[in-house]
Each structure stands twice: as C-alpha cells, then as structure tokens.
Design a protein around this ligand. Structure first.
Ligand code: NAP
Length: 246
C-alpha cells in the first residue's frame, strides 16, 4: 500500500477523475477527504470507498470560498490529524469561441480552476509548512500547453496551473513540500460527455494509442506522484494523454 495512513484531500471527488482518484488513494491505504459541492455525489463516493474497506469522510466545499477551504483544513486536522496530500482536481468548463465568450463564462472558469487551486493550495501549504512535509497535486490539461478551440478561459487557467505548479515547487521545496501537476488528454468523464461525439472521435484518433483515457488512468498518475516513490519529483507536469501530443 503506497499511501498507507497518508491523509489526502481530493477536491471535486464526487465524480469523474476525482472520484476515481479518491477510490485509488483509499485502495492504497490513504485516509481520504472527499471534498465537493454536491451532497449526493460526496456521499456516493464515501459510501463506495467504505464498501471497498477503505477510510473516507465527506465534506461539502466550494473551492472558491476562503471560509469553506479553511473549514476543510480544520475538519481534516480535527479528524485525521494532518494534511499530507492535496489533489486540486475540482475544475469546470464554460466553452465559447473568443468572439462569443461572455464575461460570466470567463469569470466562472477563472474562479474555480485558478482561484480555487490558489486558495486550497495556500491553506494546505500553511499546514504542510508546519508539518515540514506535504504533496500538492494540481489538475492541468494538455489544453494548458497547446490551447484548444473554444476554450480561451479554460486554456488560460490550465496554463496558469502549470505556472503555479512550478512556482510553488520552487517556493515550498525548502519545507519538504513537493508540487506537481497531471495533464490529462481526453478522458471519458461527465465533463467530456458534454462534448459532441464527433470531437471525441477526433481526439481518439489523435492518440497514438487510438483511445480515450479513463478516470483510473489519471488516478494512477496522481497515486504515484503522491507516494514516496516520487520523493525526488517536484515541479513537473506529467502528461497522461495516450500520446495525443508528442
Ligand atoms: P467533472 O466530471 O466535471 O468533475 C468535476 C467535479 O468538480 C464535480 O464533482 C464538480 O461538482 C466539482 N466542482 C466543480 N466546481 C467546484 C467547486 N467550486 N468546488 C468544489 N468542487 C467543484 O470533471 P473531470 O472530467 O473529472 O475533471 C476533473 C479535473 O481534471 C478538472 O480540473 C479538469 O479540468 C481536469 N481535466 C479533465 C479532462 C477530461 O478529459 N475529463 C482533461 C484534462 C483535464 P458538481 O458536479 O457539483 O459541479
């Protein structure tokens, strides 16, 4: 068990990649804090982990709200005693081409994907500095290095996540805190199910493996980066994209 007794907060863990990551971490022995907006989704992930014999609690959190995030850290420490790993997985899309994108679409995506990651990481790093240990993992995307039609706002946030990852690795290494990101390609989740089938087929064909990824493919990457096997890895962006971009 690679994550035995590590306390891991995973945002957006009610479904999709976050849910798969929560289950993977629990199967590797972590005590998982399932943090998400929706009560039913949180309960469902916690129940699934417990049915598999894992350890988890659920917490309702909006990552854009400082008070929610502070409460998340306090509750985690009150129940489990530390914050060893944070996976900043919560993220949204609100797609439109540049000439049609509204201020609301821009603000929504910046708020969750950029400010949410900043807020959670700042509060987590404060705890981790005191512990003199910790791992912060951020959800990037291939879109954060290559852009994508109709995703001005999303590309800006994922580019920003890459920049924050490298900056925090430089700032927090002295406190024995590692910071890395995972950049998924196109993964079948509720987020991508909204995309037209034509686009998904194009993405599949672009993969040199001729496939789309599963949430578990990404969860495996997070589990490795969270584990002590990755003790010398920081400031990196791990592509898990089936070779879409080589
Ligand atoms: P998803 O299925 O849409 O799940 C995202 C989860 O985050 C949902 O449970 C959502 O809650 C939650 N969430 C949204 N806003 C939140 C907030 N303000 N506070 C707390 N939780 C919030 O997404 P996914 O496809 O699994 O993607 C997960 C991450 O991977 C995202 O950061 C995404 O950008 C990144 N990613 C995904 C892909 C892909 O192909 N799927 C590719 C590259 C990167 P609600 O359901 O209640 O809204």
């Amino acid at each position: 068990m690679r994550l035995k007794d590590k306390v891991a907060i995973i945002t957006g863990a009610g479904r999709g990649i976050g849910e798969a990551t929560a289950k993977k971490f629990a199967s590797e022995g972590a005590k998982v804090v399932v943090a998400d907006l929706n009560h039913e989704d949180v309960d469902q992930t916690v129940t699934a982990i417990k049915e598999l014999g894992g350890e988890a609690i659920g917490t309702l959190v909006n990552v854009t709200k400082r008070a929610d995030v502070k409460a998340l850290m306090e509750r985690t420490i009150a129940i489990y005693g530390s914050v060893d790993v944070v996976v900043n997985n919560a993220g949204i899309t609100a797609d439109a081409q540049l000439l049609k994108m509204t201020d609301e679409q821009w603000d929504q995506v910046i708020d969750v994907n950029l400010k949410g990651v900043f807020t959670v990481s700042q509060e987590a790093a404060t705890v981790m500095k005191e512990q003199n240990s910790g791992v912060i993992l951020n959800a990037s995307s291939i879109v954060g290095s290559f852009g994508n039609f109709g995703q001005t706002n999303y590309a800006a946030t994922k580019w920003g996540v890459n920049g924050m990852t490298k900056t925090w690795a430089k700032e927090l290494g002295r406190y024995n805190i590692r910071v890395n990101a995972v950049a998924p390609g196109f993964i079948l989740t509720p987020m991508t199910e909204k995309m037209p089938e034509k686009v998904l087929n194009i993405m599949k064909e672009k993969s040199v493996l001729n496939d789309l990824g599963s949430p578990e493919d990404i969860a495996n990457g997070y589990a490795f980066l969270a584990s002590d096997e990755a003790r010398f890895i920081t400031g990196t962006i791990l592509s898990i994209d089936g070779g879409v971009v080589i």
